[in-house]
Design a binder for this molecule. Structure first.
Ligand code: ZN
Length: 325
């Protein structure tokens, strides 16, 4: 189990040992910190026949490891934008009846914030009259999108983001290296699992190359069009890398303008580039920030040549804003 998840897991285990588990748990965690892993561990522990930890090999835990546990049902949005009422009804129906394994049934709802209103209402009925010996685990990155009536009928478990050094330590261990992953972590919005995925695909090298090119353009000795096409290539690898980079850049320039010294900034280090960026009018800076949000929105939907051209034009426009044109 990831070190930053041990605290909520201990909390859960304490309640289980006291036989005080609720019928529903709402697991709130930012993206990419492993909420799904923790939710599955809740389910495993609830269904375990031996009452042991994650290394247990009882019949139930073995089935769970093989993704073939008949008493665990997972509902998620899959390839669609939302979790609809039909998928939800199926999930709810799986809680009814005698459990195959004699240890209750679990329904896992991933990204519960994607439930449609009808799906939420169907779930609410079940939460109002829960069946015995069942556990519903909902995970969400955004609690504001969950019906208040669902929140009030669930036990809320919050995963907090630890200090960046803990994530850095984790990534060093996972990659058996002594590198510093702060840039990747800031760009990912503090998501160590996303960073791990980037490293697996070697996207992190491209990210660093883009950052260097960006600084050289902002110093005045780099090719802005080359930068725009490199950034566009970065967004094709993982669009969240591009938007994360743009956010981090703007935040750093704002921080520098308010007096933070370069060594304490998140990703920008080049003093000459920073000096030039600091002369940007705060209005242009907020306009550039607005542009990032717009670009992020444009990234959703069908991709293709048209989108990529629009993307690159907007990128050029964004970069030129930053250069103070
Ligand atoms: Zn077990």
């Amino acid at each position: 189990m990831f070190s930053w998840l041990t605290k909520p897991l201990q909390e859960y285990n304490r309640m289980r040992e006291m036989n005080r588990l609720p019928h529903a748990i709402l697991l709130c965690a930012p993206e990419g910190v492993g909420a799904g892993v923790l939710a599955r561990e809740f389910a495993r522990s609830f269904l375990c026949l031996a009452g042991k930890d994650e290394n247990c090999n009882c019949h139930s835990c073995s089935m769970l490891k093989n993704n073939s546990h008949p008493d665990l049902t997972v509902v998620d949005r899959g390839n669609s934008q939302s979790i609809g009422v039909d998928a939800m009804r199926q999930g709810i129906n799986s809680l009814v009846g005698t459990p195959t394994n004699g240890h209750g049934r679990v329904l896992l709802i991933n990204q519960a914030n994607c439930m449609t209103v009808q799906a939420s209402n169907a779930l609410l009925k079940t939460l109002e009259e829960p069946a015995g010996n069942t556990l519903i685990v909902l995970t969400t990155e955004n609690i504001r999108s969950i019906l208040p009536t669902i929140i009030s009928r669930s036990m809320r478990v919050q995963v907090n983001i630890p200090d960046i050094s803990e994530f850095n330590e984790f990534l060093k261990q996972q990659t058996s290296s002594d590198r510093d992953f702060s840039v990747e972590l800031y760009v990912s919005g503090m998501s160590p699992l996303k960073v791990l995925d980037w490293i697996d695909n070697r996207y992190d090298e491209h990210l660093h190359a883009c950052l260097e090119l960006f600084e050289s353009v902002m110093r005045g000795d780099g090719d802005i069009r080359k930068l725009a096409s490199e950034l566009e290539a970065l967004s094709r690898e993982d669009s969240s890398m591009l938007y994360g980079l743009m956010y981090a850049v703007i935040k750093d320039v704002m921080g520098y303008q308010s007096g933070i010294s370069p060594e304490n900034l998140k990703i920008l280090r080049d003093k000459e580039a920073l000096g030039n960026l600091a002369s940007i009018h705060p209005d242009s800076l907020s306009e550039a920030a607005r542009k990032v949000i717009m670009l992020k929105g444009a990234g959703v939907g069908p991709t293709g040549i048209k989108n990529s051209i629009i993307g690159i034009l907007q990128l050029l426009n964004w970069l030129e804003l930053l250069r103070g044109y």
